[in-house]
Design a protein around this ligand. Structure first.
Ligand code: NAP
Length: 264
């Protein structure tokens, strides 16, 4: 199988670091023109420079904007042009004791993790369906299914995202556009390093801290290690490609076997 995204434009939200950055790189390597998104112009520019330094033939454009706001989404979309592949990767997370998550924090998680994706789907789906081809990928999490006690608001926002994906897949039925979720598992990103050190002894070196985190807080992982961002990006690239034409309305796992279920 050859994943070929030549001639397609992809917008990857939250792609200046972590999983989003790996997705941007992988889609560009598959031939897509990729819009890199983050909140600050300098951060986006620096990411593009680094990704081009690794591989000069990558076709990358800056799509700066805080896509958790309507204005930011409009800016990012204007810089991107017609979107063929929308990857709603942006997501925030952090541990807070359940009874201390106040209304404002619940709203913030909904705005950033759910509404930002919905808004971008609303803006791009009509163009995709009119052109008869498109891909929407929403990056969810194992936490959508296994709600973590230390971040209920995060888990619930990702559960909502699974519903968003299934619902918009129905809206796109029969059009050549597919809408899916990717259920990512615990992944080795900068944000997660910080998160791991909030939960285990900060004095531990990274390798030990990671093992301790997986043993104590993620014992269900069959992989027994953090997932690398590129491993998530590989699945996103497949689902973004013409090869995945019969997969829609699905929640596809790349979670290291974390979710203890025999169904996807
Ligand atoms: N890491 C994990 O273990 C894991 C596991 C399962 C699922 N996930 C999901 O995977 C996705 C990516 O996670 P990650 O760990 O790679 O994230 P991350 O390392 O924290 O990166 C977040 C990215 O989002 C950008 N960003 C933050 N707020 C933004 C906003 N309002 N508008 C535009 N960009 C914004 C940041 O760029 P700037 O700072 O430059 O704006 C950055 O590029 C999330 O949806 C997360 O829930 C992660």
């Amino acid at each position: 199988m050859r994943i070929d995204l030549a001639g397609r434009t992809a917008l990857v939200t939250g792609s200046t670091q972590g999983i989003g950055r790996a997705i941007a790189a992988t889609l560009a390597d598959a031939g897509a023109r990729v819009a890199v998104n983050g909140r600050r112009e300098d951060g986006v520019r620096a990411t593009i420079d680094e990704l081009r330094e690794q591989s000069p033939e990558r076709d990358l454009v800056a799509a700066t904007g805080d896509v958790s706001t309507a204005e930011g989404a409009t800016e990012a979309l204007a810089a991107t042009g017609d979107v063929d592949v929308l990857v709603n990767n942006l997501g925030i997370f952090g541990s807070v004791p359940p009874l201390e998550i106040d209304d404002d924090e619940w709203r913030r998680y909904f705005e950033v993790n759910v509404l930002a994706a919905v808004r971008l789907i609303r803006s791009t789906l009509p163009g995709m369906t009119a052109r008869g081809w498109g891909r929407v990928l929403n990056v969810a999490s194992d936490s959508a299914i296994v709600i973590p006690a230390e971040m209920i608001h995060y888990g619930v926002s990702k559960t909502a995202l699974l519903g968003v994906s299934r619902g918009f897949a129905k809206e796109a039925a029969g059009t050549g556009v597919t809408v899916n979720s990717v259920i990512a598992g615990p992944t080795h990103t900068g944000g997660v390093e910080k998160f791991v050190y909030e939960l285990v002894d900060p004095a531990l070196p990274w390798d030990e801290a990671q093992r301790e985190f997986m043993r104590t807080h993620r014992p269900q992982s069959l992989l027994q290690r953090l997932i690398e961002p590129e491993e998530i990006a590989n699945l996103v690239a497949y689902l973004s490609s013409p090869l995945a034409s019969a997969t829609t309305g699905a929640a596809v796992r790349v979670d290291g076997g974390y979710v203890d279920s025999i169904v996807p």
